[in-house]
Design a protein around this ligand. Structure first.
Ligand code: ARG
Length: 343
């Protein structure tokens, strides 16, 4: 789709901003500033700089969702396939689901994460160094109060030398500077300042601090016991939400830097080895569509599939509950494994 003349971009692009940011909306919103001083031009920097963006816009604080609702709501409704009258579904209860692959023939690992932001800080692309450090300090204090079963260690990346950092990275326990999309959004600014990771003693629960969102609370473990991973994640979410005030809206759910993550802010997925389905991509695409799943490459977003290891996760995060997301993933994986076995 071609953007209308008068907009700050005239490129051929498939992004959500090209589709939903009409000239009228741009003109209505361009002089608005959120309480932390964030503008629409800042919000769409990433999409302008990267015409191959799929979305192209980031919130700079929780108020961005109200101030720029004229463009953000249509983007959210489109991305999450929302029906009129939609709203965030809050249930988050321990799940009981059988392990689909106890012998680990197909499923290599399961990982579920939620994004959370603290309402009183601007979001990642809109933070100065002092704010990043203050946020890190607030979160560090919360980690110190965790119950025994969740306790662990927080490591600030600024305290590590290159060798120590690389050792963590190799174990999948650190995160690098974000990609060019995040870079243009300001999210990588001052990296690694204020960034770090909390790891529980059994290493199943991790929390990334000051990445794309203030917090990414992650539970991850080898094999396909999704319910077990989900239940650990819930414990950590509950423990932290008692201490930290997460940015939340009754209708839109948890508010995140990127509108694709809003709502439950949850991505539940597995790494799964599918030799036969790799040669029959249309089967995999059909199952994914029917169960609202997203197929990504081995290294995650915008990467290629290596040695037939796919990253399969939920596509929708808003308008359905975390429990429904996990149930959909479970049913979808059952269908995928059944097809892979019978091809
Ligand atoms: N801003 C990028 C784009 O529009 C990524 C969108 C979704 N991914 C994310 N990590 N927020 O293509």
């Amino acid at each position: 789709m071609k953007a209308e003349p008068g907009l700050p971009f005239h490129v051929f692009s498939q992004s959500s901003i090209t589709k939903h940011l009409t000239l009228k909306r741009y003109n209505d919103l361009k002089d608005i500033r959120t309480p932390s001083g964030y503008s629409l031009d800042q919000a769409i920097r990433s999409g302008i700089k990267n015409p191959d963006s799929s979305i192209g816009i980031y919130a700079g604080d929780m108020e961005s969702y109200d101030c720029f609702a004229q463009v953000l709501l249509p983007i959210i409704e489109d991305y999450h396939h929302l029906e009129p009258g939609w709203s965030h579904k809050p249930d988050l209860q321990e799940a009981v689901l059988p392990d689909l692959d106890p012998k680990q023939t197909f499923i290599r690992s399961s990982r579920i994460r939620v994004a959370r932001n603290l309402g009183r800080f601007p979001f990642s692309g809109n933070m100065n160094p002092d704010q990043r450090l203050a946020l890190e300090e607030t979160v560090k204090q919360a980690f110190k109060t965790l119950p025994e079963t969740l306790s662990g260690t927080y490591t600030s990346f600024t305290n590590l030398n290159e060798k120590q950092f690389n050792a963590l990275l190799e174990k999948g326990l650190a995160f690098r500077k974000g990609d060019r999309f995040m870079d243009a959004a300001g999210i990588n600014r001052d990296y690694p300042l204020g960034r770090g990771i909390f790891i529980s003693r059994d290493k199943v629960v991790r929390v990334w601090v000051n990445e794309e969102d203030h917090l990414r609370i992650i539970a991850q473990s080898p094999g396909g016991d999704i319910a077990c991973v989900f239940n650990r994640l819930i414990q950590m979410i509950r423990a932290l939400e008692d201490k930290l005030h997460f940015a939340f809206d009754r209708r839109k759910g948890f508010l995140t830097a990127c509108p694709t993550n809003i709502g439950t802010a949850m991505r539940a997925g597995v790494h799964i080895h599918l030799e036969k389905l790799e040669k029959n991509p249309s089967f995999l695409e059909t199952i994914a569509r029917d169960h609202h799943l997203q197929i990504r490459g081995t290294g995650g977003e915008k990467t290629a599939v290596e040695q037939a290891v796919f990253d399969v996760s939920n596509a929708r995060r808003l308008g359905i509950s975390a429990n429904t997301i996990v149930k959909d993933l479970h049913e979808g994986l059952q269908a995928i494994i059944h097809t892979e076995r019978n091809l």
